[in-house]
Structure formats: structure tokens, C-alpha cells
Design a protein around this ligand. Structure first.
Ligand code: DX5
Ligand code: ZN
Length: 223
């Protein structure tokens, strides 16, 4: 299965979001990655429902909504109504993760769990069969433009091994410090969805940056 590329609109131009949404529509990207931050779970505040709905109005691709908020159960329905197609909650923010995941699925959305850099993938052992996607944070969540944490490669391999035979269709998504430079290594380790914010929107040609990430082929042999 070809990997997915999800530009993070956290790095888009908020003064002209429509132009950047249309750019993503035109590009080879697969999803819009939408980062919701509450100033509690992470030391930053991004945006909420009105902005999500405005993105949904113009977006022609699924919205991959990453909730960096405490107690996300309070708002799942509102995110679904606001246009989320995938809802990703943080392992560290959920007391009853199994209940939360099934609540997301009951809303008709794809359900995902995100792991902070310090959270071991083994903690997903008893929930992995219920998940559509796992998002491995490759920076500490809260801000775009941070440096990629290289331990992520080991986590991807461990997670792929954990999913083998339990959930072979699991999407492993990587978020933070991702660019065309580490795309191939991430895919080779077993990732199949890549989020990128600053590397795409600070590129002189963002559509080209997306196309470059999309065209990477992990089956190519290094010569
Ligand atoms: C960080 C967010 C990311 C962020 C990635 O907390 O979850 O989605 O937008 O930004 P870059 O690609 O710049 O690291
Ligand atoms: Zn994110």
C-alpha cells in the first residue's frame, strides 16, 4: 500500500488559509493534518471548532485531526460534526482509552492513538487490534519546526512487529520534523503515513515538496 502524506496546516498561512487549503487540494497530498492544542496537554494553543469547520468547507481530502487536549471524550462529537474524518487522541490524555476509541468509531470516524516520544509502543498491546492508526510523535508535541528525534525509527520497527498478526492493516503515522530527507528511512522502518508542516510550507515550492515525499519508494534498492 502506498504511503499517505498529510501536510500540517499548523504551518500554513493563517491570514490566508483558503489559499493553502487549495494548494493542498491541488497537490499529491492525501489528508489534511489538523493540530488541536488546548494549552493544558501541551504548552501551546492552536485553534478550535470554527477554524476546523472553515477548513472542512474548502478541503477536498480527509481531515486527520490530532487532538493534543486533555480528556478528549468531552469533545469527540463536536470534532466529528466539525468535519474530522480521522480522530487521534493521545495515549497520555485518556484514562479509558478503549472506551474512547470505540466512541470515535461509533461516530463513523477512523480512530487513532498518538504516543509522546517517552511513551513505549508496548503500552498499545491490548488496544492495537481496535485501532486504525497510531501516530508516533517524533518531537515533543506543541510546536512545529522542531528537530526530529531519531529513536523514532526503533519505535516504528517495534510497533510494526507488535501489529504483525494483530492488526496488519495498521497505519503508522509519524509526526514532527519530517521532510523529504528522512521520508525514505521512515518508510523503510515501517511507517506508512507522514505528517509534515514546516518542511512543506517553508519550501519555495510546497507542492513539489509534497510530491517529493509522495514519490519516495521504500522498495527501491540502495546502490
Ligand atoms: C506538533 C504537531 C505537528 C506539527 C509538525 O505538535 O503535532 O503536527 O505541525 O510540524 P513540523 O513538521 O514542522 O515538525
Ligand atoms: Zn500533529
Amino acid at each position: 500500500m502506498k504511503h499517505s502524506v498529510a501536510p500540517s496546516i499548523l504551518s500554513a498561512n493563517f491570514a490566508n488559509l483558503q489559499a493553502d487549503i487549495e494548494l493542498i487540494n491541488r497537490s499529491k497530498a492525501d489528508w489534511f493534518h489538523v493540530d488541536i492544542m488546548d494549552g493544558m496537554f501541551v504548552p501551546n494553543i492552536s485553534f478550535g471548532f470554527p477554524v476546523l469547520s472553515a477548513v472542512k468547507r474548502y478541503a477536498q481530502k480527509p481531515l486527520d485531526v490530532h487532538l493534543m487536549i486533555v480528556d478528549p471524550d468531552r469533545y469527540l462529537r463536536q470534532f466529528q460534526e466539525g468535519g474530522a474524518d480521522h480522530i487521534i487522541v493521545h495515549y497520555e490524555a485518556c484514562t479509558h482509552l478503549h472506551r474512547t476509541i470505540h466512541a470515535i468509531r461509533d461516530l463513523g470516524c477512523r480512530a487513532g492513538v498518538a504516543l509522546n516520544p517517552h511513551t513505549p509502543v508496548m503500552l498499545l498491546h491490548d488496544i492495537i487490534a481496535d485501532l486504525d492508526q497510531v501516530l508516533i510523535m517524533s518531537v515533543n508535541p506543541g510546536f512545529g519546526g522542531q528537530q526530529f528525534i531519531t529513536n523514532t525509527y526503533d519505535k516504528i520497527r517495534e510497533l510494526r512487529a507488535l501489529a504483525a498478526g494483530r492488526n496488519d492493516r495498521l497505519i503508522i503515522e509519524i509526526d514532527g520534523g519530517v521532510s523529504a530527507d528522512n521520508t525514505l528511512d521512515l518508510l523503510k522502518a515501517g511507517a506508512n503515513a507522514l505528517v509534515a508542516g514546516s518542511s512543506i510550507f517553508s519550501a519555495s515550492n510546497p507542492e513539489q515538496a509534497i510530491a517529493e515525499m509522495k514519490s519516495a519508494d521504500p522498495r527501491e534498492i540502495d546502490l
